[in-house]
Design a protein around this ligand. Structure first.
Ligand code: CMC
Length: 427
C-alpha cells in the first residue's frame, strides 16, 4: 500500500503510515507501534528519530543546506539582520518595514534587568564561568517576571519570549563585566540590538563608546548564524523541559545548560583552545594523528557534525567574516593561518574524507570573537544569546501544537530482574 511502511514482528505484519514533510526524507509514523506490537524502537542519540513536527528550520546535511522558514542561511547572513531573522523565526514571514520597526522597538523596551538581579550576580565568585552565571540568572528570571509565566496564555508567551530575547545581551554583558571587575552598564536603546550589546560589554562609564559598524555587522551576522538549528541537543532539551509545562525562563535555562557541553555550543571555546595548543602549522600533523587514534580521546574541535556530512554552510560565512573583521580592526591572528592549514590537511586526509567530517560553525567563530575582544569563556555565552530566539520560537511552536504531549522516551532495560530485599545484617 502507498504511504505505508510494513514491519514484520514475531511473524506478523504491521502497517505504519509514512509522512512526507514539505521537503526532506519521508518519516515513518510509529506512534502506535507499542500499542499494536508491544515493542519499542531503540535509538539512543535519536540518530533516526524525528521528535516533533516543525516549520522553522530545515537542514539537508548531505547537501550542506540550512533554511530558516525556507530562506537560505547564506542569503539571510548577507542581506538580513538579527532582529529581522528573529521576527522571521518567531512569526514565519519576513516583516514589513513597519513590522520590523515595531518589533525592534518592542525588544528594545525589554532590555533592562530588574535591578535586584545585580545583587544576584554578586553572589557568584569573580572567576565563575559566565555560562554558569547565565544558567543561574536566566533560571532566576522566573522569580522576577511572574506576570509572563502562564504558558497557556499566548500573550504571556509573547511577552516572555520578547523578554528573553531582549534581556540576553544584558545578562551576557553583565556576566563579562562581573568577571573583569568593571561596573555594569545599563542598555542604551538608541543603539541597535547588537550595537547595544557591544557597548554594554566593552564600554565603560567614563568614556563614550563608539560602535565600529564593521564589527557590529560581523557580530550581528554571527548572531544570525547561531539563531536556530532545528532539533539539536539544546533545542530538544528546551522542548523536553517545556513539554512538562515548565515556565519559559526555566526551559531556556535548561537549554543553556545543555549548550555548554564541548560536543555542542562549548565547541567554539574548545576549538580556539585547540588552535592555541596546536600553535603553528608544523604541529598540525601530530594533532591530526591524535584525532585519528581510536585510543586517544582528542578530537578536532569545530570539525564534524551529526547532521552535516558536507561543509557546514555557516562555516563558509564565518570564514569570510574572519577576513572582514581583520580588515576592519586592522589586525591579524596567526591562528587563522593555522586553522586554514588544518582545514586543508584534514579535508585531504582519507580519515576525515571517509567519515565526511567538515568544519562546522565553531571552527572559525572563535578567531573572530577573539579579534573583537571576547575571552574564550564568553564564546558559548554568545552562542546562547543568539540561540535564545530559536529556543523561544521552537518552544512557542511546541506549546501552540494541540497534539503536544509530555516528552517521555522509553528504554531498553538491562538491570537486574526483580529480587527480594536483603536486610543489612544478611549482606
Ligand atoms: N575529530 C575526529 N574524529 C571525529 C570527529 C572529530 N571532530 N567527529 C567525529 N569523529 C569520528 C568519530 O570518532 C567516529 O568515528 P568511528 O565511526 O570510527 O567511531 C565518527 O567520526 C562519527 O562520530 P560520532 O561521534 O559517532 O558522530 P556524532 O554525530 O555522534 O557526533 C559531533 C557529532 C559534532 C558531536 C562530533 O563530530 C564531534 O565531537 N565534533 C567535535 C565537537 C564539535 O565541533 N561540536 C560542534 C558541533 S556544531 C555546533 C553545535 O551544533 O553545537
Amino acid at each position: 500500500m502507498a504511504n505505508q511502511a510494513k514491519l514484520n514482528a514475531a511473524g506478523k505484519d504491521f502497517d505504519f503510515p509514512v509522512l512526507q514533510g514539505s521537503v526532506g526524507p519521508e518519516v515513518i509514523d510509529i506512534r502506535k507501534l507499542y500499542a499494536q506490537t508491544g515493542k519499542f524502537t531503540f535509538d539512543p542519540g535519536f540518530t533516526s528519530t524525528a521528535s516533533c513536527e516543525s516549520a522553522l528550520t530545515y537542514i539537508d546535511g548531505d547537501e550542506g543546506v540550512l533554511l530558516h522558514r525556507g530562506y537560505p542561511i547564506g542569503q539571510l547572513a548577507e542581506h538580513s539582520s538579527f532582529m529581522e531573522v528573529s521576527y522571521l523565526l518567531l512569526n514565519g514571514e519576513l516583516p514589513s518595514k513597519d513590522e520590523l520597526d515595531t518589533f525592534s522597538y518592542t525588544i528594545s523596551r525589554h532590555t533592562m534587568l530588574h535591578e535586584q538581579l545585580a545583587t544576584f550576580y554578586r553572589g557568584f565568585r569573580r572567576d565563575a564561568h559566565p555560562m554558569a552565571i547565565m544558567c543561574g540568572v536566566v533560571g532566576a528570571l522566573s522569580a522576577f517576571y511572574h506576570d509572563s509565566t502562564d504558558i497557556a496564555d499566548p500573550e504571556h508567551r509573547k511577552i516572555s519570549s520578547h523578554r528573553l530575547i531582549a534581556k540576553m545581551p544584558t545578562i551576557a554583558a553583565m556576566a563579562y563585566k562581573y568577571a573583569v571587575g568593571q561596573p555594569f552598564l545599563y542598555p542604551d536603546n538608541n543603539l541597535s540590538y547588537t550595537g547595544n550589546f557591544l557597548r554594554m560589554t566593552f564600554g565603560v562609564p567614563a568614556e563614550e563608546y563608539e560602535v565600529i559598524p564593521a564589527v557590529e555587522k560581523a557580530m550581528d551576522r554571527i548572531f544570525i548564524l547561531h539563531a536556530d538549528h532545528e532539533q539539536n541537543a539544546s533545542t530538544s532539551t528546551v522542548r523536553l523541559a517545556g513539554s512538562s509545562g515548565a515556565n519559559p525562563f526555566a526551559c531556556i535555562a535548561a537549554g543553556i545548560a545543555c549548550l555548554w557541553g564541548p560536543a555542542h555550543g562549548g565547541a567554539n571555546e574548545a576549538a580556539l583552545n585547540m588552535l592555541k595548543e596546536i600553535g603553528t602549522p608544523d604541529r598540525i600533523p601530530h594533532y591530526i594523528e591524535r584525532a585519528k587514534d581510536k585510543n586517544d580521546p582528542f578530537r578536532l574541535m569545530g570539525f564534524g557534525h551529526r547532521v552535516y556530512k558536507n561543509y557546514d554552510p555557516r562555516a563558509t560565512v564565518m570564514q569570510s567574516t574572519v577576513r572582514e573583521v581583520f580588515e576592519a580592526l586592522k589586525v591579524t591572528d596567526p591562528l587563522f593561518e593555522t586553522a586554514l592549514r588544518l582545514e586543508e590537511i584534514a579535508l585531504n586526509d582519507p580519515y576525515f574524507v571517509e567519515k565526511k567530517l567538515f568544519p562546522n560553525v565553531d571552527f572559525y567563530s572563535g578567531i573572530i570573537l577573539s579579534a573583537i575582544g571576547f575571552p574564550t569563556t564568553m564564546f558559548t555565552v554568545l552562542f546562547a544569546l543568539a540561540r535564545t530566539v530559536g529556543w523561544v520560537a521552537q518552544w512557542n511552536e511546541m506549546i501552540s501544537d494541540p497534539g503536544q504531549k509530555i516528552g517521555r522516551p522509553r528504554q531498553l532495560y538491562t538491570g537486574p530482574t526483580q529480587r527480594d530485599y536483603v536486610p543489612l545484617d544478611k549482606r
